[in-house]
Design a protein. Structure first.
Length: 488
């Protein structure tokens, strides 16, 4: 069914779907905004609604054993959506609705950083209020037009503050983790990151090596594009150069615009603090190698990165790679490492435009999907929180007619699924049992022992489900290539 005039955020809707799906007699459920992607998912589940739908409507699709169970499930959905926190009725209990209102109530020497996490069309006004009040701002929101991003970053530069984002999912500022960040020890390395999961991979490996970070300053995935010109990257580099706790800087990014990369490199050369690059490119495709080079620069030993390779599996020459990722930079790293050995790899975020999958996420051949791409998160929680789409993709790979090696990332830390192995373990077991061919599963597990989920606890559970688990995404990718009878 479709309902108009009802809205809840994607995380709330995901939780409602999970709770209703756990009820006895409910065999399938999807409660989500009626975006094209969610309608397609409902159709795949055999729950397509009647009539036309628009993204402003709420889709409630439930399949149950009988009419009584269905009616009870629908009533439970209504009750969950109607639940609201009770107000005490006092003026003090009324929440502040804008960044500007919140800052007005604070002394000018407090709250040095504002966080904006509203739909992209509203984010610019909130961020602009923070900048006008002399605060740096982290814009978690995506969907912000690039011209508005440029305007915000120019205004921040004029005000002497920093804009992190838009679409900044990870940051650590003075030891405070923001967004999807990991529990890492404090230390001398500062990261400037136009990549959330890239920053998580690097900061987690540094922690495993006994080296901490001073700050992780996310700048948004578009900052090193031609359109934005590295505005926030240059400001973040300058801020870390002035920070007494930062002794070295690592710059992390997907492949940038060449002219912007050159300008950032030139600026880095002028700083007093050494700057090393972990920018992905065909020539430098390996984030783990960048960490190892930094450790060598610091005169430290490179550790053996944790792994659970599991029992040896026979190679599957002629099989295809199916990379199902929640992290865009990790997906890019995998494609850069694998393409020389496998040839063309199609993707929704391809290395070459002619390899764009479009909406055909279950295409044949070598495929790497970034389920965290903006186009796949409209009206949905990020796949680090909501695994639904990826679980559907795992089942589709198992039902396919071609032998495959399944390569996944699982990203731990604040904000992520509190127990990702709990959802993946039964899905992987079912996929391996259902597949016509052997289905090796390789997982890049990104995180630390200090994370709420615990790296070893998750690694043990995923290994028990038959997966080979690696702390390094590049190591996981190379292991998958070995299983395919290829090498990078």
């Amino acid at each position: 069914m479709l309902r108009s005039g009802v809205y809840a955020d994607s995380v709330k809707l995901m939780q409602v779907s999970r709770d209703i799906g756990a009820r006895d007699g409910v065999t399938a459920v999807l409660v989500a905004m009626a975006t094209p992607l969610n309608l397609e998912l409902a159709t795949t589940m055999g729950l397509a609604p009647d009539g036309d739908a628009s993204p402003e409507q709420l889709l409630i699709a439930i399949r149950a054993d009988d009419a009584e169970v269905l009616a009870a499930a629908e009533a439970a959905v209504d009750a969950a959506l109607a639940a609201r926190e009770r107000s005490t009725g006092t003026a003090a209990a009324v929440p502040l609705r804008t960044i500007g209102a919140g800052l007005d109530d604070l002394p000018p020497d407090t709250a040095a950083l504002a966080i904006v996490s509203v739909p992209g069309s509203y984010a610019v006004a909130e961020a602009a209020d923070a900048i006008a009040a002399g605060r740096s701002v982290l814009v978690f929101s995506d969907g912000v037009p690039v011209e508005h991003e440029v305007a915000l970053k120019l205004a921040a530069r004029a005000a002497g503050v920093l804009v992190m984002g838009p679409d900044c999912g990870t940051a650590i500022v003075s030891g405070v983790a923001l967004g999807f960040a990991n529990v890492v020890r404090p230390g001398p390395v500062g990261l400037v990151a136009a990549s959330g999961t890239g920053a998580q991979q690097i900061s987690s490996l540094l922690d495993m090596a006994g080296v901490g970070v001073s700050h992780v300053l996310g700048v948004g995935g578009r900052d090193l594009s031609e359109a934005v010109g590295g505005l926030a990257t240059l400001d973040a580099l300058a801020a870390l150069d002035a920070d007494t706790a930062t002794e070295r800087v690592l710059l992390v990014s997907k492949p940038p615009a060449p002219s912007v990369a050159a300008a950032v490199s030139a600026a880095g050369d002028k700083l007093s603090v050494p700057v090393r690059s972990a920018v992905l490119s065909p020539e430098t495709p390996d984030l783990t190698a960048a960490v190892e080079a930094l450790l060598t620069d610091m005169g430290l030993d490179v550790p053996t990165w944790p792994s659970r390779p599991g029992p040896a599996e026979a190679a599957l020459p002629g099989a295809v790679l199916k990379g199902l990722y929640s992290g865009g930079t990790l997906a890019d790293e995998t494609m850069l490492l694998a393409a020389p050995a496998l040839g063309d790899i199609r993707s929704n975020t391809p290395l070459k435009p002619e390899l764009d999958l479009g909406t055909d996420l279950f295409a044949s051949g070598h495929v790497v999907i970034d389920f965290g791409d903006d186009a796949l998160t409209v009206g949905r929680a990020h796949p680090m929180i909501d695994p639904t789409l990826r679980l559907e993709a795992i089942a589709a790979v198992a039902a396919g007619e071609e032998p495959a090696v399944l390569l996944l990332d699982v990203v731990l830390g604040y904000g992520a699924d509190p127990d990702p192995a709990a959802a993946l373990e039964p899905a992987l077991t079912a996929a391996r049992e259902a597949a016509e061919f052997p289905l090796p599963v390789v997982i890049a597990l990104i995180g630390t022992e200090g994370d709420p989920q615990g790296w070893s606890r998750q690694a043990d559970a995923l290994s028990a489900a038959g997966a080979a688990v690696f702390a390094s995404n590049s190591a996981a990718t190379r292991y998958a290539l070995d299983l395919l009878g290829a090498s990078s």
